[in-house]
Design a protein around this ligand. Structure first.
Ligand code: MF3
Ligand code: CO
Length: 261
């Protein structure tokens, strides 16, 4: 069952997503040479607290494991689910993927982006550009009447046409009262396949794109996903509302509206 949100639920999703976007923007602005990924994670925690939100990642359970950080920070060959560390100092030329999922008044907003540290090489620039474009091209398919596979296929085609590869083991997802709801949204697949999209569905669309091969593995910490060939990876994500018309990106930074309940 794919949850279809009511207007009241959508209003709360908007708030959670606005906060998730504000926190991501704050982290992004703090990325520079010399900063540790631990400092970024602590900043993420503080920004969430200032907004009255909590981390949807902290203590997130998969089996018996609990995620130990407030945000996911993944550098270079780390794809997703990286854990901030005081030993990981950002250096010129690094690619840093920031993933922020917050919980606010019972709803979750989820977004991510990859940012360069200082000067990065042209191929890495292209990786960031193509991954962000793939997200937008996927969002363009997030329309009532389309199917999940239309999003998946559009993302995959754009990535592969540009000589990069999509990760298979991790996927986008419905998001709402839980971080991971139905449907799964793979970044590969056939046009016209999968569940049909309806107004009121809220989806986290999130291409994870590798410069080299698609193969990944999980480090011994049980969380950090890395590319097997150690080439870099990029990740962009938005939470999107399916409407009767254009898809609406909910994870856009904004101050709290005056007079908002
Ligand atoms: N925001 C990530 C996602 O889109 C979830 C990471 S939280 C973690 O799935 F706890 F699983 F790391
Ligand atoms: Co997500």
């Amino acid at each position: 069952m794919i949850p279809v949100k009511t207007e009241a639920e959508i209003a709360r999703m908007r708030e959670a997503c606005r906060i998730a976007a504000n926190v991501l923007a704050g982290l992004r602005a703090a990325v520079r040479e010399g900063v540790t990924t631990y400092e970024l994670d602590q900043l993420g925690r503080d920004l969430m607290m200032e907004e009255g939100a909590t981390s949807a990642c902290y203590n997130y359970r998969v089996g018996s494991r609990r995620f130990p950080a407030y945000t996911c920070i993944s550098v270079n060959d780390e794809v997703v689910h990286g854990i901030g560390s005081p030993r990981r100092v950002l250096r010129n030329g690094d690619l840093v993927s920031l993933d922020v999922a917050v919980s606010y008044q019972g709803f979750i907003g989820d977004n991510a982006c990859t940012v360069p540290v200082g000067e990065i090489d042209p191929r890495a620039e292209k990786l960031l550009r193509v991954t962000e474009e793939a997200l937008q091209i996927g969002i363009d398919q997030a329309r009532s009447g389309n199917r999940v596979g239309d999003i998946s296929n559009a993302v995959q085609r754009h990535v592969e046409r540009n000589g990069f590869s999509v990760v298979r083991e991790f996927v986008g997802h419905g998001v709402g009262r839980s971080m991971h709801e139905e449907p799964q949204i793979p970044n590969f697949g056939r046009r016209g396949s999968g569940p049909r999209l309806k107004p009121g569905m809220t989806l986290a669309i999130e291409p994870m794109v590798n410069m080299g091969s698609a193969a990944v593995r999980v480090l011994d910490d049980g969380w950090t996903v890395v590319t097997r060939d150690h080439q870099p990876s990029a990740h962009f994500e938005h939470t999107v509302l399916i409407t009767a018309n254009e898809p609406e990106i909910l994870t856009i930074p904004a101050p709290r509206a005056v007079g908002a309940g």
